[in-house]
Design a protein around this ligand. Structure first.
Ligand SMILES: *Cc1c(COP(=O)(O)O)cnc(C)c1O
Length: 829
């Protein structure tokens, strides 16, 4: 195609000024949405603003793609079953640099931008940290001009909406597509057939070698829907726009026709509905594997479609299949897409007829694998029986990979049969199962953990054998968060303060925020900082009053624990502290008490009984404390329902204290810890995950570390941990547990919370009781410091100033250089 022809097909760049936006909004309203300013509903205005923004992204989007095509760029494909992206309007406007212009344009129609922006559903295509990391990585790849593509599933129903009824979690469906999605572009021309079931045929080639083919089976079509991912640029409208491609399941036409011809109309329609169930719903399990067949189908469905798309593009550029790793890097976000290792081998062997060794080299050179957890219940394994039935050819390839690997290990470590059974892809200890983490390690040239501590533990424990066999594969890439969303957008007051003092370079390069360090010494700057924090706390207090009917004092210490509810994250330890504070106030109402508002937010997996009990306990405790006249403003406890990206954006800027109190060795990294510290909250935390690195960055005077270290935890468990000893030897703790065990927090149901107490006394796997005393004592130091508001503000500002390391841009830079060999390709402004 000549460059002239290309210029003809490119859309005219749309103006980024307020009058052009105003014109676009009117035109989208009347021409696309069929209404006019007199009749438009708030949602119509949102849709018009969305379309007006999207058309400005489209031109950059096409130019970005063309630029990547024309330069021999290497592409990165980020495969993830979760993308927790949240709302897109404000983010897109800010990254495009037209937020003010859009606000003014809407204002001329009497429409408030922030008000309509709240109507956009929170795209919750993820559970928590893992899905949010994927979203932050997309933002950074676009901002840093890396040719990076997200691939995932367009779930009809994302993460459930959480409501609290009588103190208990109730799950409501999240029909986020109900009003349509005006950001997405359907790409029916990018559709691929994905097969399941069927059988294997083997035939001998003329040269005597055996070939295998996968025949027959059920087929489903994956249809692409693209979302634009605008990168930030300091110059308005000058960033790259990347792509998030989500697959939706459609019944295949051939399949339907067969049934119709047999006259079974209703049967055919039923089959169609069943096959489209594949992309229906996100599994709401965080950090535990569910093991349902539909989940394995989801995994293979999106992996197969993505690999077909990647290879079609690669070959379409006139390149040979052997060159795949030269132009392509594929990152596996946890083991959820690990079946990709077997699928790529299948394509290379069966479709492209490459020799095994050549195919294997290409596969390993292409993939990288990010591990997110050490916890046994989260490690994916699939029954050999299920895998054989659903994906017979893949099961055979997994056996072949295993055989080749075992032969190699046998050669290098003769006689160590224990080693072989430990590293095998097949777990033979009970029902035979495929270990997906082992498949991901073998099929990837790099395996990374997500914080220094976690990566070290991977090498010492979970992957110790693999580390001995292939040490060069294991690296660390500490997680990060995007400052574009978590500071610039979520906390405009603090963003303005930072920019006024040190300029706005931090938005594109968070390292520069360290220039704020010296301003922490400046009393007038500290006072501005305190005013910003207080304004954010007032806004959160207003939200709490409106939604929970609880009045909280914005001057109190805002103590927040916001994350999935899980025993290892130890919300229970926090609750024990809340009750301890309550007892102190009741004993001595006129004593010195630092007023606190303790806030919790987080969802429990619907089948995770203990997590749901913890939510109930928090609400029961809150109910008693908040209604006790003796307590007043000295202590409040609040559970904010439906934690997600939007609620996080409201809570984090208002937090004083960040609770990061997981049992040492259990939280791989955490990213909530980074967002909160960036917004000037002090951390109270264990030496776990990235807390260790946050301590290194902020310095020991600016963080509250307590509790057992990873090594202490291991030793205590090995020596025989007896939680009851702690109960018996600590009167304060005993009193708290006895209260929970009585009807104190459940007046009509004395034993409502006995299961929690019994679990703590009998097993306490996460060592809550062992860490209680040190935690409570450390909290006293926190309370004391809060009384000195100047000293507190000083430390809080240093936290903000010293978070440069935890920018996702540093993280993505390390992936690009250590794993992907990817380079930036920025389009001209
Ligand atoms: C950052 C974030 C998380 C992860 O929080 P952790 O404290 O690291 O577990 C989970 N959910 C949402 C909505 C987030 O924004």
């Amino acid at each position: 195609m000549s460059s002239n022809a290309r210029a003809d097909t490119a859309p005219t760049p749309r103006g980024l000024d307020e009058p052009s936006l105003k014109k676009s909004i009117l035109s989208r309203l009347t021409r696309d949405l069929g209404t006019d300013p007199e009749h438009a509903s708030p949602r119509d205005w949102l849709n018009a603003a969305t379309l007006a923004t999207r058309e400005r992204l489209l031109e950059r989007w096409l130019r970005t793609r063309r630029h990547y095509d024309e330069t021999q760029s290497k592409r990165v494909f980020y495969l993830s079953l979760e993308f927790l992206i949240g709302r897109l309007l404000i983010n897109s406007l800010m990254n495009l640099g037209i937020y003010e212009e859009m606000r003014e344009a809407l204002d001329e129609y009497g429409v408030d931008l922030l008000e309509i922006a709240e109507l956009e559903p929170d795209a919750a295509l993820g559970n928590g940290g893992l899905g949010r990391l994927a979203a932050c990585i997309l933002d950074s790849m676009a901002t840093q001009c890396i040719p990076g593509y997200g691939y995932g599933i367009r779930y009809d129903y994302g993460m459930f909406r959480q409501e609290i009824e009588n103190g208990e979690q109730v799950e409501k469906p999240d029909a986020w597509l109900r009003h349509g999605n005006h950001w997405e572009v359907p790409r029916p021309d990018h559709s691929y057939v994905v097969r399941f079931h069927g059988y294997l045929v083997s035939h001998t080639q003329p040269d005597g070698t055996l070939r295998h083919h996968w025949e027959d089976g059920d087929s489903i079509v994956a249809v692409a829907y693209d979302l634009p991912v605008p990168g930030y640029s300091a110059q308005p409208g000058a960033g790259n726009v990347n792509d998030l491609r989500l697959w939706s399941a459609r019944a295949s036409r051939e399949f339907e026709l067969g049934e119709f011809n047999e006259g079974d109309y209703i049967g055919a329609v039923e089959q169609k509905i069943l096959s489209e169930n594949i992309s229906r719903v996100l599994y709401p399990n965080d950090a535990s594997q569910i093991g349902r067949e539909l989940r394995l189908k989801q995994e293979y469905f999106f992996v197969s479609a993505s690999l077909q798309d990647i290879i079609a593009y690669h070959l379409g550029r006139g390149r040979s299949i052997e060159e795949l790793p030269t132009y392509t890097a594929i990152q596996l976000n946890d083991t959820h897409p690990a079946i990709a290792v077997a699928e790529l081998m299948r394509l290379l062997r069966d479709e492209h007829e490459l020799p095994w060794d050549v195919a294997w080299k290409i596969t390993v050179a292409t993939f990288g694998y990010t591990n997110h957890t050490l916890m046994p219940e989260a490690l994916e394994t699939w029954p050999v029986e299920m895998m054989t039935r659903l994906l017979p050819r893949h099961m055979q390839i997994i056996y072949d990979i295993n055989q080749a690997f075992i032969n190699d290990v046998h050669h290098r470590f003769p006689g160590d049969s224990e080693l072989i059974s430990r590293v095998s892809l097949i777990d033979e200890s009970g029902e035979r199962r495929v270990r997906m983490a082992h498949l991901a390690v073998l099929g990837s040239h790099r395996v990374n953990g997500v914080a220094e501590l976690h990566s070290r533990l991977l090498k010492d424990t979970l992957f110790a054998d693999f580390y001995r066999i292939m040490p060069e594969r294991f690296i660390n890439v500490t997680n990060g968060v995007t400052q574009r969303l978590w500071l610039n957008q979520a906390n405009p007051g603090l963003a303005r303060l930072v920019t006024e003092h040190i300029g706005n370079a931090w938005i594109g390069n968070l390292d520069t925020i360290k220039a704020l360090d010296s301003f922490a010494e400046d009393a007038s700057c500290r006072s501005e900082f305190r005013e910003v924090k207080l304004a954010n706390k007032r806004a959160l207090a207003a939200y709490i009053q409106k939604t929970q009917k609880i009045i909280v004092d914005p001057n109190a210490l805002f103590d927040v624990q916001i994350k999935r509810i899980h025993e290892y994250k130890r919300q229970l330890l926090n609750v024990l502290h809340v009750i301890t504070l309550y007892n102190r106030i009741r004993e001595n109402p006129d004593g010195e008490h630092t007023p606190r508002v303790v806030m919790f937010a987080g969802k429990a997996a619907p089948a995770y009984v203990m997590a749901k009990r913890i939510i109930r306990l928090i609400n029961d405790v809150a109910d008693v404390i908040n209604n006790d006249p003796v307590v007043g403003d000295r202590l409040k406890c609040v559970f904010l329902p439906n934690y997600g990206v939007s609620l996080a954006s409201l809570i984090i800027p208002a937090a004083d204290l960040s609770e990061q109190i997981s049992t040492a060795g259990t939280e791989a990294s955490g990213t909530g810890n980074m967002k909160l510290a960036l917004n000037g909250a002090l951390t109270i935390g264990t030496l776990d995950g990235a807390n260790v690195e946050i301590l290194e960055e902020v310095g020991t005077e600016n963080i509250y570390i307590f509790g057992l270290r990873t090594e202490d935890v291991a030793r205590l468990r090995a020596d025989g941990y007896r939680p009851r000893d702690y109960y018996e030897n600590n009167a304060q703790l005993r009193r708290v547990l006895d209260m929970i065990n009585s009807d104190f927090f459940a007046p009509n149901e004395p034993h409502r919370h006995s299961d929690i107490v019994n679990t703590l006394l009998d097993s306490d796997h996460y060592l809550v009781l062992a860490d209680y005393a040190d935690y409570v004592e450390t909290q006293q130091h926190v309370s004391r410091l809060y009384k000195d508001q100047e000293a507190w503000a000083h430390k809080a500002m240093l936290n903000t100033a010293r978070m440069g390391k935890f920018s996702i841009d540093r993280t993505v830079g390390e992936y690009a250089s250590e794993i992907w060999s990817a380079e930036p390709y920025c389009i001209a402004p």
